[in-house]
Design a protein around this ligand. Structure first.
Ligand SMILES: [Zn+2]
Length: 273
């Protein structure tokens, strides 16, 4: 691949309506290339945009690469294959989430430090060469930079840790499912897995910024689709600005342990050639 890029943003519902990164109106952001698509072993990739923040190059795609006719597992594999080939080292994701913790309200930010995977996409990998240690799976350095920059942009509540429960979707969760997750997770969404595994597999740092857009069913109050829509459109430029400032501040090579938490598998001959 002729593109070498060290930063990537997997866009979600928080930035979709703001033509990320252009909606942030940041004079240090320059669009380099649009409509980039790559042939991968898992099919043609989603469309990527290449831009720069000052002197740093960033690849980004919309809505986690999800699109009709392509499974979410394949969309994720296509994205991470491209990131690996491009040499991406630090990945930021974002998205809207529901609540499992009854203390949370819409428009709270959560920067989670752990996750629970209730999806059935456990077998999503690139080549299975590594044993992936999922301790500190959300990079502490990327998280603290996200937290710092969210505080600069936002006066509301920011939770600096939390557990993200990943479900399969596309539907939301039933009241019984939310009740089961309450006490075990704080927020519920559909996009931290398999991204978190695939980031570790390519040796990159990964962390995400999640904005609460609705109460989990059966918790606190019924949520309204109008509120969800308002958040979707009104808050996207702010989320874009937080991510751009985070990239600006984040060095390419961290002091974190992320890249050491993948080990060569011992199951040689099965997963290694
Ligand atoms: Zn890291």
């Amino acid at each position: 691949m002729d593109i070498q890029v060290e930063y990537a943003v997997i866009g979600g519902s928080g930035t979709l309506s703001s033509d990320f990164p252009l909606g942030a109106n940041d004079s240090g952001v320059l669009l380099i290339d649009d409509d980039l698509q790559f042939a991968t072993p898992y099919g043609l990739s989603p469309i990527f945009r290449l831009f720069s923040v000052d002197d740093k190059k960033v690849l980004t795609c919309k809505m986690h690469g999800w699109r009709s006719g392509v499974s979410r597992a394949d969309a994720s594999r296509q994205i991470f294959w491209v990131f690996r080939e491009a040499g991406v080292k630090r990945i930021i994701s974002e998205g809207g989430v529901g609540t499992a913790n009854h203390l949370l309200d819409p428009r709270d930010f959560v920067i989670p430090d752990d996750y629970l995977d209730f999806s059935v996409r456990k077998d999503v990998e690139l080549d299975g060469r590594y044993l992936l240690v999922m301790r500190d799976s959300l990079c502490g350095e990327v998280r603290s930079t996200l937290i710092e920059n969210t505080r600069k942009q936002y006066d509301g509540r920011i939770f600096t840790r939390g557990i993200y429960a990943n479900t399969d979707g596309r539907h939301f969760e039933s009241p019984a499912e939310v009740a089961m997750m309450k006490g075990h997770a704080d927020i519920i969404g559909q996009s931290i897995c398999p991204e978190v595994y695939l980031a570790r597999e390519i040796g990159a740092c990964f962390a995400g910024l999640y904005f609460v857009v609705n109460y989990g069913e059966g918790l606190v109050a019924q949520w309204s689709h109008d509120d969800l829509k308002t958040i979707f459109y009104d808050d996207a430029p702010m989320i874009s600005r937080i991510i751009i400032d985070t990239i600006r501040q984040l060095p390419v090579n961290g002091q974190c342990e992320c890249k050491d938490l993948r080990k060569e598998t011992l199951l040689k001959g099965i997963y290694n050639k």
